[in-house]
Structure formats: structure tokens, C-alpha cells
Design a protein around this ligand. Structure first.
Ligand SMILES: [Zn+2]
Length: 236
């Protein structure tokens, strides 16, 4: 009986040790390795009024005809990760003499989508390729950081939503239009773009770019350079 008692006790202790080990491993996983719960709620676009946008420059006139976008161009802001659209707008308008923030949309690292420049006008985001290209910037520097899952999820949602109202056929990174002249949107984000394009049913690259000259039935008359004197293209 004594032997059996000790044996049973040893089995019990071993069982408790195993349970403690399992509990310990679970706690280790829970506190150190478990991905943080996503805070991503239903997709919403934070309006210019909500993020405190300054009014566009009065020179920024909407063309009579609706802007036609065929290519979505992805950027990174390459600014500090705690940046806000308002700061980017200030850099674009005061530092670069743009008539408004250069991008049509921005997406923060937590997945917040911000309304940028009006979709009724050209962006100011790809040198000599602003006609017909819709600019979306992910906040952060993706030469150094990895985009967050929330950002990519929201980027996919945003583009698919825009595809319902715009005849988008292509997706490209900024650097695809200006090879060797910019690294934007950063190598870590650029690496994800061909797969993202495929998932959305878009072709990847710059082949869809039509150009600033009006093509009857495809592009509206371009805003003349006199009326649209934004001189510089963001480097990001
Ligand atoms: Zn860019």
C-alpha cells in the first residue's frame, strides 16, 4: 500500500508538473508571442474636416470634366511614424508650394484611412505622371519598417472600393514610374505590390499610364500648366 501510495503520488506530481509546464508555455505565448488583438473596426475614411485639413489653395480649380484614374500609385510618406496628415499637408503646401496635400488618400500604421486631395483633381505625387494616377500613401518609412497587416488590409479595401467608381486597371509603386530616382514606396512595401495587384484583379506596373494629353473618350482635358503651377513632385 505504501509503495502504491508513493507511486500514485509520484504520478500525481508528474501530472501537476506537466500541467504547470503547459500553463507556463501558454502564459509565455499569451504575453510574449501572441499577436496583439487587432483594433481594426469597420472601414471608415477619416474626412479632411475630421483630421483638421487646411483649405486647398485657391488656385486649385476642379476641371470641368471629371478626373479619370486608370492607375493607382502607392507611396510611403518616409516621415516619422507618429506623423499625421496635417503635418504632411503643411510640408506639401508650405514647403513645396503644392496647392493641397499631394496624395488622394493616406493610411496610418493602425489602419486608419484619411481623405486627402479631392478626387476631382490631379494629385501631386508622381513627377510628370499625375494625370490619371490616383495617389495613396502609407504613413511610415518602408525602406526601414514593414507595413502593418492593418495597413495592407485597409489598402486592399480602399482600392477595391475605389475600383467601383473609377476605371482602374493598373497598380504601381512610385518608383516604378521613376526608376533610379526614388525608392518610394520603400522596398518592404514595394515587394508586396505585385501580389496585391493580382489579388485585386489589377495589372502591376506603369503600362496603363495614358499620359497628360487628352484622349477622346478616355481622359478629360488636362489642367493647363498655367492653372496648375505645382512645380515639384514629392520625393516620397
Ligand atoms: Zn512616392
Amino acid at each position: 500500500m505504501t509503495f502504491n501510495f508513493l507511486s500514485n503520488r509520484r504520478i500525481l506530481l508528474n501530472l501537476l508538473a506537466v500541467l504547470a509546464a503547459i500553463g507556463g508555455l501558454w502564459a509565455l505565448y499569451f504575453f510574449f508571442f501572441r499577436p496583439p488583438p487587432t483594433l481594426l473596426g469597420p472601414p471608415v475614411v477619416i474626412t479632411r474636416a475630421e483630421w483638421g485639413a487646411a483649405a486647398p489653395d485657391l488656385r486649385l480649380q476642379n476641371p470641368k470634366d471629371r478626373e479619370v484614374f486608370n492607375t493607382v500609385v502607392i507611396h510611403h510618406s518616409a516621415m516619422p511614424i507618429d506623423e499625421r496628415p496635417r503635418e504632411i499637408q503643411q510640408v506639401h503646401m508650405q514647403g513645396r508650394n503644392f496647392q493641397d496635400i499631394g496624395y488622394h488618400f493616406l493610411i496610418g500604421r493602425e489602419g486608419r484611412v484619411y481623405e486627402g486631395r479631392s478626387l476631382a483633381v490631379h494629385g501631386a505625387h508622381v513627377k510628370e505622371h499625375n494625370a490619371g494616377t490616383l495617389g495613396i500613401a502609407l504613413l511610415g518609412n518602408y525602406e526601414e519598417l514593414e507595413p502593418t497587416a492593418e495597413q495592407i488590409q485597409r489598402l486592399r479595401w480602399l482600392i477595391s472600393t475605389l475600383m467601383a467608381n473609377h476605371p482602374l486597371t493598373h497598380l504601381a509603386g512610385h518608383r516604378d514610374f521613376l526608376p533610379g530616382k526614388t525608392v518610394c514606396p520603400g522596398k518592404n512595401l514595394a515587394a508586396l505590390l505585385p501580389k496585391l495587384a493580382a489579388e485585386l484583379g489589377l495589372r502591376f506596373g506603369t503600362d496603363g499610364y495614358v499620359g497628360p494629353e487628352p484622349t477622346p473618350g478616355i481622359l478629360p482635358p488636362p489642367v493647363s500648366s498655367a492653372a496648375d503651377p505645382e512645380p515639384v513632385t514629392p520625393s516620397h
